[in-house]
Design a protein around this ligand. Sequence first.
Ligand SMILES: [Zn+2]
Ligand SMILES: [Zn+2]
Length: 645
Amino acid sequence: MNAYQVQCDDRLAEVQWTGSAPPKADDLFQLAGLPSKGPGKPLAARIEEKLIDLSAPVEPGQIVAPVLRDDSRALEMLRHSLSHVMAEAVVRLFPGVKVAIGPAIDDGFYYDFDLPKPFTPDDLERIAEAMGKIVKESQVFKRSSLPAAEALELFKSQGEVYKAELIEDLVKAGETEVSLYQCGDFTDLCRGPHIPDTSLGVAFKLLSVAGAYWRGDEKRPMLQRIYGTAFFSDKDLKAHLHMLEEAQKRDHRRLGKDLELFSVHEEIGGGLVVWHPKGALLRSILENFERQEHLRRGYQVVMGPQILRSELWRKSGHLDYYSENMYFTEIDGQGYAIKPMNCLAHMFIYRSKLKSFRDLPLRLFELGTVQRHEKSGVLHGLTRVRQFTQDDSHIFCTPAQVAGEIADILRLISDMMAAFSFPFSLELSTRPTKSIGTDADWEMATNALKEALATIGADYEINEGDGAFYGPKIDVKLKDAIGRSWQCGTIQCDFTLPERFDLNYIDSDNERKRPVMLHRTVFGSLERFIGILIEHFAGDFPLWLTPVQAVIMTVTSRADELAVRFHSMLKKAGLRAEADLRNEKLGYKIREARLAKIPYMLVIGDKEVESSVVSVRRRGEEPKEMSLEGLVELMQKEAVAPSWD
Ligand SMILES: [Zn+2]
Ligand SMILES: [Zn+2]
């Protein structure tokens, strides 16, 4: 007889196992008295942070915890399991199809298929119907493990070349056994875990089909990716589908075109954004807002060059850990790299003069444009691009100042998020496998971040192994108007680069010491942040941010003179206005201004000319007559950018 421990909420339950074989996680949960059906039933098990199937054996000494519905990992597992169900349905309906991979993604799941004919909307309906049947059959996910060589033969004999390639890679990585999951008559190569059976997958929906290169590589075959999503309840699914509809209406790529903000051209190159006058204006308003706020909070504005010698990137570790994201060039036989980050030049500013403890903290701020290689398949509007500008800062401080500096950064982030009414949450990301620096440095840096989070009493989640290669980080995730999460700013704590670049300062005891380097952004990439803002506000920006605040429209050419005079008065008052004197119907002009989401429409006709007033239509409000002075005062009040004491 063996004693096992089951984590139930915050207590440990001890259960006795009399069987001869090791118990399954599910056996132990039942002995511990956890529900065996209904919403409280465990869907998988967890041993520390590792998720396992309910049917997986538990070794003596391991503490096993249930994974319940409300755990985000359970939802991810449900969605991934549904991708198997989808593949099973596709294999059933389309003999000869080859299957590739089927992971869960942020909002759902996909599976990639190789089929000569394109999937049609009708096909999607048939697939969903077949999936519904599989769900009804409550098929069990059965795990087995096979020697890699045998599994390779199995998939090769079925013509599953993509699975075979995946196994070959596993073998190259030293794996001798692989795990398979069978569901119905469909067997897939998969690490698992899954939900115990398909009956949980009732609330799902197939959404779309898109082309996707095998392994994201444009030199490999183009596959068909079917996207879907799944939830534990119909209610959650409905809410999500409503959100998707809303998101489509707000798509920043469409609004970007309607509002004449930006464009992207295949002829110029993927992921390279062209800012049109209104977009560039919006962007510079945002940049000025940030620059002023940083100056006010003790930062100094700096600028570094766009390319720096490769030798430096070797020294910083970027060549070893980041080179696949970088672009290289050569000048006079010397290797150079286009900067993917702004850190290096800032260290040279630090090093340019001997520092004393009195000079610290030194806060350098750069709206730094960087280039990073992204695979062409992931490029998307403004949110995934290859050239972008970061609101980047490097703070050099003493170890004792770290927690205080990070707390200040978190306050800045909190203020900036409030300026756009974004709620946000924080995540702490720890050491990744590919990283530089000593264990001691990583521990010190991670503790410094934790301490700062504790100082301001912030709640946060831990993201194991997701830090930058040179240090752990705090990620800021904001929530937009329709409930989507976006990762924006980060704060990274770095003990390694100051060491590699021999940065130091003279401390109060006259000793030479190493400063700590904090890397941080608030909005992250301005391109991405503007993309998020467009969707968050659905193009209806607050008045301080909107590129065109008012348009003056004439009803007749007799109003032209007054319109021109009013236009120049508005401009003199610091307001951004346009005048529409075209010989078009008023209704037409109003429709255009509405499409352009211009907040104030000012109409001047004969009546207004006579009394020197304007008819003012604020978006969504009834028109009213105002004097221009009254209007200027009203607009100036509304157009003030957020500020803090
Ligand atoms: Zn799987
Ligand atoms: Zn940096």
